[in-house]
Write a protein that binds this ligand. Structure first.
Ligand code: GLY
Length: 400
């Protein structure tokens, strides 16, 4: 990404030694903290609970920039594709820093059709995604089953994307913690930010319990909780709400896995991990922050996965996970500076937090270090929600 744009009065241009407070220790917050600590900033990452245990823990870890792109998401595709390209280097840097394997797998992703309706939908998405330049392979049902022998015998066709990889999101956040600390950053868990402090249009720090923590820059990376952070000026509250997802974890014999690719079936996705876990996700629900799983959610996931991969019925159901995606008003992330000097957003990643981690880390860190916004995030600046005019300028339609 070569092009960038300076934001004049709002630019930070922080030099090494700047004090940065990051609110939220998910993959995004930890990643930004790691990167800035490596660049010499004095970073503290705060989390109201245990680091990495919210949306980052409940995610699937699919790096599916290709097969998940739908009509209307052409701008998001650019950002997602950039992040997908950054992923291998991000992975190698993190593994080199920590010596930890983050479960990156590059077998690719397969999308299957089981019925006539599915086939039409698959063909439509295939044509659309190919029109964006996404590299896809159309497979006959027999070829899909040759590659994945446990697929339903009635599989009519499939699309294969070799660039859509996966990472173990839990291993990712587990590695980001020591990476942050090793780079000189500080992690404060169970430390809820009670107030973002602003004076004369500039952030001056955060209040955590009875302690004031001074900072030149405050990064909001609190996912679905970003909107309600105390101390945010009304005009700067990101329009983010929790989009609940339930996900199941089954256990396979790792020596005889039922699946090797990430699989998108019409009503569920299925992700095999090397250690034998088989993830089935995920529901999309508007239920606020309710953490209780439902029979309907579990039923629909099992049915959706079972139709594509009947062998799952023999597996042990090990875990039911409930997570909260940070969904924004236009379903796109909210990235970059606000009208308050030093207050920076890195939130609203909705279904794409893990995929967009490297691009977010890179773009937000570059902004904090140089005061410039890379081209890739210009459509996703927080100011697009200020008025219909600014939304139109960003090229994203504001939804209510
Ligand atoms: N990215 C998968 C999901 O949000 O369910």
């Amino acid at each position: 990404m070569s092009q960038s744009q300076s934001l004049g009065a709002q630019s930070l241009g922080a030099n090494d030694g700047s004090r940065v407070a990051v609110i939220g220790a998910g993959a995004i917050g930890l990643g930004i903290g790691w990167r800035l600590a490596r660049a010499g900033c004095k970073v503290t990452v705060f989390d109201r609970g245990e680091a990495g245990r919210s949306a980052s823990w409940a995610a699937g870890g699919m790096l599916a920039a290709g097969v998940e792109t739908e009509p209307g998401e052409e701008t998001l595709w650019q950002l997602a594709a950039w992040s997908q390209r950054l992923w291998p280097d991000f992975r190698y840097a993190l593994q080199a820093e920590t010596g930890q394997d983050i479960g990156y797998r590059d077998e690719g992703t397969m999308v299957v059709a089981l019925t006539r309706d599915d086939l039409e939908q698959l063909r439509f998405n295939y044509e659309f995604q190919r029109s964006l330049g996404i590299e896809l392979e159309w497979l006959a049902g027999s070829e899909a089953r040759r590659r994945e022998p446990y697929l339903n015998a009635g599989t009519t066709a499939a699309v294969y994307c070799r660039h859509d990889h996966q990472v173990d999101n839990r291993a990712l956040v587990t590695a980001l913690k020591p990476a942050l600390l090793k780079a000189g950053g500080e992690l404060r868990e169970h430390a809820e930010v009670k107030g973002i402090e602003i004076a004369e249009g500039k952030v001056i720090g955060v209040q955590v319990g009875d302690t004031f923590h001074p900072a030149d820059v405050v990064v909001v990376a609190a996912g679905a909780w970003s909107r309600d952070l105390p101390g945010l000026p009304e005009a700067e509250r990101p329009p983010v709400r929790p989009i609940r997802g339930q996900l199941l974890v089954l256990k396979m014999n790792p020596a005889e896995p039922l699946l090797r690719h990430v699989l998108w079936a019409p009503k569920a996705y299925v992700i095999p991990r090397r250690d034998g876990r088989l993830l089935i996700g995920a529901t999309t629900e508007e239920r606020g922050f309710d953490t209780r799983p439902t029979a309907g959610g579990v039923f629909s996931l099992l049915e959706g996965a079972w139709r594509a991969l009947p062998g799952i019925e023999e597996l042990v159901l090990d875990e039911i996970v409930v997570g909260f995606r940070p969904g924004s008003r236009d379903d796109a992330p909210i990235l970059g500076p606000t009208a308050v000097d030093g207050l920076v957003m890195a939130t609203g990643h909705h279904r794409n937090g893990i995929l967009l981690t490297p691009a977010t880390v890179e773009a937000i860190s570059q902004y904090i270090l140089t005061g410039k916004t890379v081209t890739a995030i210009q459509p996703f600046l927080p100011n697009r929600f200020r008025s219909p005019e600014s939304a139109a300028l960003s090229g994203l339609a504001a939804r209510t």
